[in-house]
Unconditional design. Structure first.
Length: 288
């Protein structure tokens, strides 16, 4: 994968400026809403996301049985819908049932009511920034993978995503933000290395030679899949939608024996085997 780095102090400054303005806006908005409305506001963001994830997983499980390959799509749609509905309903009820700070009696009560709201507003802003860091870094890694060895032919969207990611991670401030990310650095490193397999034939050959991969490939289900022309064609063309909808692939991953092998498969060791020169890299060492 390309070592192109598009980090820019200007864009890092813009990201920090946006973050500061968002925190100020949410804190001021929390003061105006008052402690009860702001507490509901904060809780709505957190719990609507949790309920959306659970609803998406349940929908995917139910839909996957009669419609193999469609569970992920319907689960994502259902999860998003539940998140938006719960969030909108909670915000609407909070706005209708509880008073703003300006409606409280003047004096200490109003100050305390507004200060509590500002606190929850600040928490809401921090949650939004926390999620924003993960989104920027995830899309940046995806853009980096998509560029491969052709950075000059990358789309403007991919270059923008990578610019934001590299700028976010620039310098000591970037290290602090990385430490606040929901996902650990090892996840991003693993995603990047998986992406590199598609453009590095030697690494892919070593990956396929790894004993654990060979054991999985020699199972009857996987052996049949490897001989399936539609699977081979979709994989070669990177047509992931077709792969997700492939009935043979769905039946294979539902095989209990294959599921057991996959659950015991150590992907990190297989990637270390594929990229032996990086095994001693500090970025892949475990923290003491």
């Amino acid at each position: 994968m390309t070592s192109l780095n598009l980090a820019s102090p200007f864009w890092q400054g813009m990201i920090f400026l946006f973050a500061a303005l968002l925190l100020l806006w949410e804190t001021w908005g929390g003061w105006r809403r008052g402690v009860i409305r702001s507490a509901i506001h904060f809780s709505a963001f957190v719990f609507s996301g949790i309920l959306g994830i659970l609803a998406g997983q349940a929908t995917a499980f139910v839909v996957e049985k009669p419609m193999p390959g469609c569970g992920f799509l319907f689960g994502a749609l259902a999860g998003s819908l539940v998140t938006l509905v719960v969030l909108a309903l909670a915000l609407f009820l909070g706005a209708v049932l509880f008073k703003r700070t300006a409606h409280q009696p003047p004096g200490l009560v109003r100050v305390l009511y507004g200060a509590g709201g500002a606190f929850f507003g600040l928490l809401t802003g921090l949650v939004l920034l926390w999620g924003g860091i993960t989104i920027i870094r995830t899309f940046g890694v995806a853009a980096q993978i998509a560029m491969g060895n052709r950075p000059n032919s990358a789309s403007p969207l991919a270059r923008t995503a990578l610019t934001l990611k590299d700028s976010l991670e620039l310098g000591p401030a970037g290290k602090v933000l990385e430490s606040a990310d929901v996902l650990p650095p090892e996840i991003y490193a693993m995603i990047a290395r998986i992406g590199r397999l598609t453009s590095d034939q030697e690494a892919m050959a070593r990956f396929l030679d790894y004993p654990g991969v060979q054991e999985i490939m020699q199972t009857p289900r996987m052996a049949a899949l490897l001989k399936d022309p539609s699977v081979a064609r979709a994989a070669e063309q990177k047509d992931f939608l077709s792969l997700m909808q492939n009935k043979a692939l769905f039946e294979a991953v539902q095989d209990p024996a294959l599921q057991k092998q996959l659950s015991e498969f150590n992907l990190q060791k297989a990637l270390d085997y594929a990229f032996p020169s990086e095994q001693s890299s500090p970025s892949h060492k475990k923290k003491p």
